[in-house]
Design a protein around this ligand. Structure first.
Ligand code: PMP
Length: 427
């Protein structure tokens, strides 16, 4: 999919576009947006949190507190590292997740998306190999592509990144340059919905130490857990094995899924020298993350409303996930495979082509998407989550999000998906 060009006239600046932006591809998920405005469309496509779970009242109070108590700091430029009050509050939040850190270990970023972009700027030169779990979060693939990194796909299974496959890949490394970093979402991944077991987290840290690459642990979903035990973060696993500051793990997180994406508050924990370089890179990106947003977030986190709000979100998402999974079983039964997530916002599902189907999986995937749009339901086709070279691996996979639609909407959406599949598979 290429980004929609507005206007038919040739651009007077077209000859100036850098080669990377001559034929750019936009986010494959954002390109589904036009379908959303069709009347009656039900969407399992977005990764948006439920608007019904926004604590507008609590954030309104936090905004008043920020502007009454910290007016000057809220409205002025601030340090690129972030507001001290927010860094304190986020360090306490990390402690609740089992991560020991101080505000000095942290850079506040404009969403965790910016944190990844800064790391890419600081670490990656064109042609550098970067290990990425696949299926992968599309914006990560996009950022790496724009940096002209060499994306090296690491397979996943029902428990997330396959560390044995990674060890074999590293043992027979086929590329001239060593890998610089590895990207993973270990908790309720996007799109896989999987939770990486503790033993694989420790194995990853060992591999990073042995082969000299950094691990980027992206964790926007870890607190949205419905069942089971919290697994130790990779960051904390590395701290326990090698001590603070002596390990190559960078931890990224965000308030987007637990408070509100509009705040655009993310953060990064990294060793002092890497953090300083990312801070310098941030200076040319946006000078600082909105101090007003940071102080609203700081007051909100101190207000005591975060934990009960999170409990509410987990209960609601668990109910929606249950509705999606039982609906899929009912509508598609033996023709679909998926792992029931223990948290997060996503189900990664694979449909099985009917016996004797003569066409290619890609053709069937396209027919299914067209039939689904016709039936009034959207999902994200699997190929959005693979690097272009590996797109054929996507087959009949899809990402379904249960976060934004209500239970009755999910039930209806899945029934429509069942009808779309029957239509596509019979054609
Ligand atoms: N990482 C992952 C895995 C995500 O799913 C998202 C949001 N969809 C982000 C990062 C970016 O989040 P933020 O709003 O903090 O930039």
């Amino acid at each position: 999919m290429s980004i929609a060009e507005t206007g038919a006239a040739p651009s007077p600046t077209a000859h100036l576009f850098s080669p990377l932006f001559a034929q750019p591809e936009g986010s494959p998920i954002r390109e589904l947006f036009p379908y959303l405005s069709r009347p009656g469309m039900l969407s399992l496509a977005g990764g948006y949190p439920s608007p019904g779970l926004f604590d507008a009242e609590g954030l309104q109070q936090a905004a008043i507190d920020a502007l009454q108590q910290d007016a000057a700091a809220s409205l002025q430029y601030g340090a690129s590292e972030g507001q001290p009050a927010l860094r304190e509050a986020l360090a306490s939040l990390c402690a609740m997740r089992g991560i020991a850190c101080t505000p000095a270990d942290m850079l506040v970023t404009t969403g965790s998306q910016q944190a990844f972009d800064l790391l890419v700027k600081v670490l990656i030169e064109p042609g550098d190999p970067v290990l990425v779990e696949v299926p992968a979060y599309p914006a990560t693939l996009q950022a790496l592509k724009l940096a002209r990194a060499q994306i090296v796909a690491v397979p996943t299974d029902g428990q997330g990144l396959d560390t044995e496959a990674l060890a074999s890949l590293l043992a027979q490394w086929p590329h001239a340059r060593a890998p610089k970093m590895l990207y993973t979402v270990p908790n309720f991944s996007n799109p896989g919905g999987t939770l990486l077991p503790a033993s694989r987290r420790a194995a990853l840290v060992e591999l990073a130490r042995r082969h000299g690459f950094a691990i980027v642990e992206d964790d926007p979903y870890g607190e949205l857990r419905f069942e089971g035990q919290r697994e130790p973060s990779i960051y904390e696993t590395a701290q326990a094995l090698y001590g603070a500051q002596a390990h190559p793990v960078v931890y990224l997180s965000s308030l987007s899924k637990t408070v509100a994406p509009a705040l655009r508050i993310g953060w990064m924990l990294a060793d002092a020298q890497l953090l300083r370089r990312c801070t310098i890179a941030k200076q040319t990106a946006d000078l600082c993350t909105s101090p007003l947003a940071q102080l609203i977030a700081a007051h909100y986190l101190r207000s005591g409303r975060y934990a009960p709000q999170l409990d509410k979100a987990c209960a609601e998402y668990a109910a929606r996930m249950g509705a999606l999974c039982s609906g899929l079983q009912q509508a598609l039964g033996g023709q679909i495979r998926f792992v029931r997530p223990q948290g997060g916002m996503f189900v990664w599902a694979q449909l099985l082509a009917p016996q004797g189907y003569a066409g290619t999986p890609e053709a069937l995937a396209r027919a299914l998407f067209a039939a689904a749009v016709g039936q009034g339901v959207l999902y994200v086709p699997g190929k959005a989550f693979f690097p272009a070279e590996a797109a054929q691996q996507a087959g009949l996979c899809m990402r379904l999000s249960y976060a934004a639609p209500t239970v009755p909407q999910i039930t209806e959406a899945v029934a429509r998906l069942g009808r779309a599949w029957a239509q596509a598979a019979a054609a």
